[in-house]
Design a protein around this ligand. Structure first.
Ligand code: NAD
Ligand code: TYD
Length: 334
C-alpha cells in the first residue's frame, strides 16, 4: 500500500510513519510536511536512506502539489495541522488556513482521484466536561471552545460532508492528549520534563486541577492502523488512553521521576477559556476493532522522561530555535 501521510514530521505523524514501516515492511510512505516550527525531520533520520520513504516539503493548501501526490497514493492519512491551543489564542488565522482550508484541499484531491481518507482529529471538538459528566463518545455533540478546537471541528464536518455528499471513503478518529517521544516541548509533558532538566520551573496554569486523558502515542498509532485497515467507512472512532489525571498530578509525577522537589512548581496565569476536563469512552473501537490502550500512564511517563534524558540534543535544538522566541513571549505575558 502507498500512503500519503501529511504532517509526518510532527510528533504523532513521525511516530506513525515509524510504526507503519516497521509493521508493514512492504508499504511505501510519502510524507508531505511544510516544516513549520513544529516539523522536524530529525524524528525520521532513521529512514533517510530507506527506499520505501519519501519526504516532500510543501503546504497541504497547495492544490497543484497535493493533486499530484494524492493521485499517486492509495490512501491519505491526514495529521498536518496547527496543533497548539495557546498559539491559536494568539493567532487564529493560520489555524483556519491550515486546519480547515488545507483539509478541504486534500479532500478535493481525494474526491477527484477516489482515494481513501483518514482524518486525525481531537477530543477537544466536544468541549469541556464537568467532574461528573460522562466521557466523550462518538455521539457527543460538538461544542468547540478554542480557535484550535473550532478549526478542527470545521475540518471534521467537512470530512463527514464529503462522505455524505460525494461518497468519499473516509474515517475520522478523535483522540485524547498524546504523550511520548518527539513531543514538541511547548506542550505540558515535554515542557515540564525539559524545563526541569534545564533547572527551570514547571509552569502550571490556574489551579492545575484541569483533567486530560493521556494516551501514549504508540497506542494512538496502533489505533489509527486498525481504523485505516478495518474501520467502517463514514464512521468516527474515539481513542482514549484510560489515563485521566489532573495536570498537577502529571507535574508532580514528573518531579518525582526526576527526583526534584515540589518547589519547582510555578503557578502561572490561567489560559483564557481553559477547558476543564476531557475524557474519552473508547468502547466503540475496542468492541469493533479489538483495540485498547496497552501503555499504563505511570510506566509510559517514566519511559518518556528517560527518552528526554537520553535525547537532550534533540530537544535542546528544538528549544533553542524558533520555539525560543515564542516561549519568551508567553512568559512575558504572564
Ligand atoms: P505537531 O504540531 O507536532 O505536528 C504538526 C505537523 O504538521 C508539523 O510537522 C508541521 O510542520 C505540519 N504542518 C503544519 N502546517 C502544515 C501545512 N500547512 N502543510 C503541511 N504540513 C503542515 O502536531 P501533532 O501533535 O503531531 O498532531 C498531529 C495531529 O493530531 C493534528 O491534526 C492534531 O490536531 C491531532 N491531535 C493531536 C493531539 C496531541 O495530543 N498532540 C491530540 C489530539 C489530536
Ligand atoms: P497542552 O499540552 O497544551 O494540551 P491541550 O491544551 O491540547 O490539552 O496542555 C495540557 C494541559 O496542561 C492543559 O490543561 C493546559 C495545561 N498546561 C499547563 O498547565 N502549563 C503549561 O505550560 C502548558 C503548556 C499546559
Amino acid at each position: 500500500m502507498k500512503l500519503l501521510v501529511t504532517g509526518g514530521a510532527g510528533f504523532i505523524g513521525s511516530n506513525f510513519i515509524l510504526h507503519i514501516l516497521k509493521t508493514y515492511p512492504e508499504y511505501q510512505v510519502t510524507n508531505l510536511d511544510l516544516l513549520t516550527y513544529a516539523g522536524n525531520l530529525e524524528n525520521l533520520a532513521s529512514l533517510e536512506n530507506d527506499s520505501r520513504y519519501r519526504f516532500v516539503k510543501g503546504d497541504i493548501a497547495d492544490r497543484d502539489l497535493v493533486d499530484g501526490l494524492v493521485a499517486s497514493c492509495d490512501a491519505v492519512v491526514h495529521f498536518a495541522a496547527e496543533s497548539h491551543v495557546d498559539r491559536s489564542i494568539m493567532n487564529p488565522n493560520i489555524f483556519v488556513e491550515t486546519n480547515v482550508l488545507g483539509t478541504q484541499v486534500l479532500l478535493d484531491a481525494a474526491k477527484k482521484h477516489g482515494k481513501r481518507f483518514h482524518h486525525i482529529s481531537t477530543d477537544e471538538v466536544f468541549g469541556s466536561l464537568g467532574p461528573d459528566d460522562r466521557a466523550f463518545s462518538e455521539s457527543t455533540p460538538y461544542d468547540p471552545r478554542s480557535p484550535y478546537s473550532a478549526s478542527k471541528a470545521g475540518a471534521d464536518h467537512l470530512v463527514r460532508a464529503y462522505f455524505h455528499t460525494y461518497g468519499l471513503p473516509v474515517t475520522i478518529s478523535n483522540c485524547s492528549n498524546n504523550y511520548g517521544p518527539y513531543h514538541f516541548p511547548e506542550k505540558l509533558i515535554p515542557l515540564v520534563i525539559t524545563n526541569l532538566l534545564e533547572g527551570k520551573t514547571a509552569p502550571v496554569y490556574g489551579d492545575g486541577r484541569q483533567v486530560r486523558d493521556w494516551l501514549h502515542v504508540e497506542d494512538h498509532c496502533r489505533a489509527i492502523d486498525r481504523i485505516l485497515h478495518d474501520g467502517r467507512l463514514g464512521e468516527t472512532y474515539c481513542i482514549g488512553g484510560d489515563g485521566e489525571r489532573e495536570n498537577i498530578w502529571i507535574v508532580k509525577k514528573i518531579i518525582e521521576i526526576l527526583g526534584e522537589g515540589e518547589d519547582v512548581i510555578e503557578y502561572v496565569e490561567d489560559r483564557p477559556g481553559h477547558d476543564r476536563r476531557y475524557a474519552i469512552d473508547h468502547k466503540k473501537i475496542t468492541e469493533e476493532l479489538g483495540w485498547q490502550p496497552q501503555v499504563r500512564l505511570e510506566s509510559g511517563l517514566e519511559a518518556t522522561v528517560r527518552w528526554y534524558q537520553e535525547n537532550q540534543d534533540w530537544w535542546k535544538r528544538v528549544k533553542s530555535g524558533a520555539y525560543q522566541e515564542y516561549y519568551e513571549k508567553q512568559y512575558q505575558k504572564r
